[in-house]
Design a protein around this ligand. Sequence first.
Ligand code: FAD
Ligand code: UQ1
Length: 414
Amino acid sequence: KDHYHLVVVGGGAGGLSIAAKFTEVLTTLDKGKVVVIEPNEMHYYQPMWTLVGAGIKTVAQSGRPMASVMPRQVKWIRDRCVSIEPDHNRVRLSGANGVLSYDFLVVAVGIHIDWNRVKGLTDALKTPGVCSNYSVETVTKTLPAIEGIKEGNAIFTFPNTAIKCAGAPQKIMYLADAYWRQHGIRDKINITYNTALGVIFGVPKYAKALNKIVDQKNINVNYRHNLVEVVADKKEAVFEDLASNERKRFKYDMLHVTPPMSAPPLVSSLADPQSGGYMSVNKETLQHVKYENIFGIGDCTNAPTSKTAAAVAAQTGVVSRNLLAVMKGKKPYAHYDGYTSCPLVTGNNKCILAEFDYNLEPLETFPIDQSKESRLMYYMKKDLMPNMYWNGLLKGIWNGPQFYRRIMHLGMGK
Ligand code: FAD
Ligand code: UQ1
């Protein structure tokens, strides 16, 4: 009785888009067939948290009750999955629901945030001035931290791990910069971006533009600086210089932390030694490398792209078509090119819309140079994207902009 045709683990961006595909868009499997395992009562549109942190949107606007976004024909099991046993085609749940078996499995559990890997961070996040846009609990601390500082040092960090939305650690810095300028106190505040990376952004075209922007805005950038400790009572952030292995202490009056992240432990049974703990999938078909009846989507896989909801949009078309083929006894045929996108908000009404593929080559939708700051792209990010997410991606009808890109480039380019 606890057997389902399709089990989806995770009701985030990837899980709900796939569940919608199989109950409403590609096939209309009924309620007994498709199940989503998701413990949370609320679903958050995380890309909005950048704007919530800056006071442009509210945290309430970023969330909807899970029940309201769950596709109608999907059975929602409100529980946490505690293990995946792919050799037995079953998953184990934490509560009374016990064990479920499946014909096909899609894993979409996102990425794990390791707050405890930075010493003192959890306690520091309870003190004023320390904040993070990376969780619903801590994002509401960001605006008070920005408003709370009248002078002194503001530090923004990027950790020494893969993260979701690699642009978000600096977007909030540009919005804070804009706020302090508006209030005429920017010259009293020293802004520092300490990043564990060796570059400001992984794609050279956008890195070039962002380097100019940090210069113009008079922001100090320290590369290969990794946050290892926060000493809240002294208002000190300790960074490891990854080049020299030295520890350096920075005094802060405001600190925005992007925490280290890692593969969710749940997917360890689907990882291999090369995948860094992430679920190991074929990077083109997104099928598991060993188990043909298992696919992965979103932040939890080892597909070597930058982890975003935009990437999920491009992946959902590929996963759903390939999974449908496998359900019919055929081979996967659709290929993901690594498409991902990051709307780099650089001010109150400015945005660089980075879009690129596995090769870190720009893959721009619009027939303009998207490395230039644009007002239109800002309004797209702020006002259009939420709609595309709730009414497009989560309904299984938004597969990313590939189709539109091809039209706008009139058949030229990729
Ligand atoms: P998620 O949407 O995180 O969903 C994972 C789900 O799995 C969650 O609902 C979770 O509860 C559930 N889950 C976890 N463990 C279990 C378990 N054991 N059992 C059952 N369920 C489980 N992307 C963009 O495209 N553009 C942006 O501008 C952008 N900005 C961002 C800014 C911030 C501050 C943040 C935090 C993210 C941003 N993102 C952005 C990234 C985007 O939100 C994620 O890449 C996207 O949500 C990934 O989708 P997912 O389905 O893989 O994971
Ligand atoms: C996108 O598809 C998407 O998912 C809904 C996002 O997440 C919020 C994005 O930020 C972006 C930029 C895209 C890409 C869409 C277009 C129209 C370029």
